[in-house]
Every structure is written in structure tokens, then in C-alpha cells.
Design a protein around this ligand. Structure first.
Ligand SMILES: [Zn+2]
Length: 441
């Protein structure tokens, strides 16, 4: 190890409490044949209600919950499996509404951008997808990656070739030229080569960018409405698209059945996007009373990504900070403001969906967001709702994720202890099942 990589390893170790060592089961422990009986001591099947039921058995056939029975029941047929979670607390598989599966911040990030191929990104993403699933996240929205890498990874998980969470993928973010979603800080000819097709200028050109994303396979449209912390440019954190461009983006996405979510720090960009009819805001760092009024009027979700703010502020103020000067200035400016922002939004009645921007921080640490949400004033139950029923509503997948119910996919996780009194129990998964297949036990 070089001196630098020792230093980096030390920072990363200090910054992230890694997921407890687990022996992941790559082959399903339960599968297509037979029925699985999961005996549950405490069950929060529907976090919306907050009701914890005692002594239940979840009956699972194929990828679905087919029955929820009182008491502990075992399978009687050959090929049946019984899983004992009588000492555990069981809840629906968690949802992270904002990740970047194909990358992770490191001192080599700027070099990786010009050395890794899309195929490399997809393979790296497969490793991170597995870590994410092992950490109890059975569904994620990936809000920024190369189209080729993330759509291939999403499809591979869907086919069952690669273990990972169900992925709702945006692909490349729609951004202005020179904006947060463009390639910045290299020599001009390199940037010209790497700049994605989703970068645009002018209303018509931005409609083109949205339509190309839909054609390429985007499930959701992600835009960078304002500047961002980790782009290597001193262009600030304010609004970057014009109001006309925002209106064109939202209209063209909605016409093709896609929701639009906006990365937004500066209040001008937040409020302009909400006025343009945008569907949700990521980060929201400088939101004000007017933003809160607009969020509530439109029923729009905020995804606060507190873990990202916490992470970049800690890196930027550490003695071994590896961010560039432009990144460091923005990290120190925005990072520390995010907990207070989430507190004001929550107190103001804004709907919150759980999202971490993981890929900024380390994959597998996603559940550290729960403690930050509680610091921002959410109750543990509200934080769990944000990562289940609310995230499912935000991503428009309430019929397939966010609850444990008959007819729903069997996405089920369990922890020891009581997450309704201590949300950090969610950082250590005792059991993870996705679509009826057991991955952690
Ligand atoms: Zn992000």
C-alpha cells in the first residue's frame, strides 16, 4: 500500500462504520419450489399504521406473500422451509430513493472518470448492488450513472443474474452545459468527449435530452436544477436551468409517463422547479418558507440525503481531505446546513422520502441515514415510514414495495432489538429476503 492509500483507507474506515461482516448467500436458501414459512416474533407489516403485531407466520410462495397467519406455523410438505425469526423484529424491505450504484467517492474519482469503461462501471455496480441488498435495501432509485452501465445492471438484477435491489434507474442526469451533471474540470477536448447526451441548453434542446433518456431506458428523469457540491467547478449552488427549460423538461417527461426529480440546493432552483410542476426534490439544502408552501401545495416529496451532507462536510474538514478546492468550498458551505433544513421541512409538514445519495458515502452504509433523520426531529417510526411506505409512494411503486401484505412481493428484513426505540438497529441486518429469496440469514 502506498502512503496515500493507507491514509485513504484510514479516512474511509474512520468515516464509515461498515456493515457487519456477513457471509452472503449467493444461492437462494429458499427458492421457487415449496412454500416458505417465516415465523415472526414482532411484525411491523404496514409502517403507515405503526402497529406492531406479535407471533405471526408469513407464508411465502414463489416471490409473493400468500398468507399471514396467527401464531407460529411450520411447513408440512417436502420442499417446504421454515425460518425462525421469533426473536426478531420484522419489517418491509427498505427503500433508498437516491443512490449511485456504479461509483463511490474516493481520491481516485477524477481519474476513474477517464479510465473506467461503462462495462467496468456496470461490474463495479454489481458489487455495490450486492452490498446494498445485504444492508436491507431491497429497492433503490439510482439517480445518476452512465446509461449503458446502470440500465445493464438494472436488467441483470431483474433477470436474476446478479444479486441486488430492485433498481429504478434515471441513467444520465439532464444538466445544463457546464452544470452539475456535465463533465467539469478537465481539458476542453476531454470534456467534449465525455459530456453526456443528456446535457442541454435551451428549452427545445432540453426536451431532446429528456426524450433521449426515455429512449435509452430511463424509468425516471433526474435533473440537476442547481449547482452541486462534488462537481469540480466553482459555479456555485444556485439555479442553473432557466424557468423555460424547467417547464419544457417537466412537460416532455410527463407526456412520456416519467416523473422528474431534481437535484437542488439553492432556493431559487428549488422554488423554480416546484413552480414548474416538478415531482420531487433531492437535497433541498437552502429551502425557505415559500419552498415549504410549494411542497405542501403540490404534495411533493423531499429526499433530504442527510448522509451525503454529513459525509462531505467530514471529508472536507479532515486533515486528509482529498476533495478539490472547488469541491471543498461547497462541501463546507452546504454540508452542515442539511440537518436544520430537514428539521424545518419536517416541522413545516413536508412529505419526506428516505434517500442517502450513497455513492457519495460508502455503499452498504445507507441505514446510517436513519439516525440523522431522527436528529432532524423525525420519530423512529416516521424515519421508517420514510424508507418504506413514503419512498414507495414517492417512486410510485406502492403496489410492489413498502409494506408486507398478501399479494405483494416478499421483500422482508429483520433486525435484533427494537428499531422503534433505536433506529441504529437497522444498521445491522439479521435477515434479508427479496422476492422470496433469502440473501442474509
Ligand atoms: Zn446524487
Amino acid at each position: 500500500m502506498t502512503k496515500l492509500s493507507v491514509a485513504v483507507a484510514a479516512i474511509l474506515a474512520a468515516l464509515s462504520t461498515s456493515v457487519a461482516a456477513q457471509t452472503p448467500a449467493l444461492a437462494p436458501l429458499s427458492g421457487d419450489t415449496g412454500t416458505t414459512f417465516v415465523q415472526v416474533g414482532r411484525l411491523l407489516a404496514d409502517p403507515e399504521s405503526g402497529v406492531v403485531q406479535r407471533d405471526k407466520t408469513l407464508v411465502i410462495r414463489g416471490n409473493e406473500v400468500v398468507e399471514i397467519r396467527d401464531g407460529f406455523v411450520s411447513g408440512q410438505e417436502s420442499g417446504d422451509h421454515t425460518i425462525d425469526l421469533r426473536e426478531d423484529f420484522v419489517l418491509p424491505g427498505l427503500i433508498d430513493s437516491h443512490v449511485h450504484l456504479t461509483s463511490q467517492t474516493s481520491p481516485t474519482s477524477r481519474l476513474d472518470q477517464v479510465t473506467r469503461s461503462d462495462a467496468d462501471d456496470a461490474m463495479i455496480g454489481a458489487g455495490f448492488a450486492r452490498k446494498t441488498l445485504m444492508a436491507g435495501f431491497t429497492t433503490v432509485a439510482d439517480l445518476g450513472a452512465s446509461n449503458e452501465a446502470i440500465f445493464a445492471l438494472r436488467n441483470a438484477v431483474r433477470r436474476g443474474d446478479v444479486p441486488g435491489p430492485r433498481i429504478i434507474a434515471a441513467g444520465s442526469a439532464v444538466s445544463v452545459h457546464g452544470g452539475h451533471g456535465d463533465v467539469n474540470g478537465y481539458r476542453e477536448d476531454v470534456m467534449h468527449l465525455l459530456s453526456p447526451e443528456s446535457v442541454c441548453s435551451g428549452a427545445d434542446d432540453c426536451m431532446r435530452a429528456v426524450r433521449l433518456q426515455v429512449r435509452a431506458g430511463a424509468d425516471i428523469i433526474k435533473i440537476t436544477a442547481t449547482g452541486g457540491v462534488l462537481s469540480n467547478t466553482s459555479a456555485g449552488l444556485a439555479q442553473q436551468f432557466s424557468d423555460e427549460e424547467l417547464a419544457a423538461i417537466v412537460a416532455s417527461a410527463h407526456r412520456m409517463g416519467r416523473q422528474v426529480t431534481a437535484h437542488a440546493h439553492g432556493v431559487d432552483g428549488i422554488n423554480a422547479f416546484l413552480r414548474a410542476g416538478g415531482d420531487s426534490i433531492e437535497h433541498g439544502t437552502y429551502l425557505d418558507d415559500e419552498s415549504i408552501r410549494l411542497f405542501r401545495r403540490e404534495g411533493v416529496y423531499l429526499v433530504p440525503t442527510l448522509l451525503a451532507g454529513d459525509f462531505v462536510a467530514r471529508v472536507a474538514s479532515s486533515p486528509t481531505n482529498f476533495l478539490t478546492p472547488a469541491q471543498t468550498a461547497k462541501a463546507l458551505e452546504a454540508g452542515p446546513k442539511m440537518i436544520d433544513m430537514a428539521r424545518r421541512a419536517h416541522e413545516g409538514g413536508v412529505r419526506i422520502a428516505f434517500g442517502t445519495d450513497t455513492g457519495v458515502s460508502a455503499h452498504g452504509d445507507n441505514a446510517q441515514e436513519f439516525a440523522l433523520l431522527v436528529r432532524a426531529g423525525l420519530t423512529p417510526l416516521e424515519a421508517i415510514q420514510a424508507a418504506t411506505v413514503s419512498a414507495a409512494a414517492h417512486l410510485r411503486i406502492s403496489n410492489e414495495a413498502g409494506r408486507i401484505a398478501v399479494g405483494m412481493p416478499a421483500d422482508i428484513v429483520a433486525v435484533q432489538g427494537d428499531p422503534l426505540t433505536d433506529v441504529t438497529t437497522l444498521e445491522h441486518m439479521a435477515f434479508v429476503m427479496k422476492g422470496g429469496v433469502v440473501y442474509v440469514r
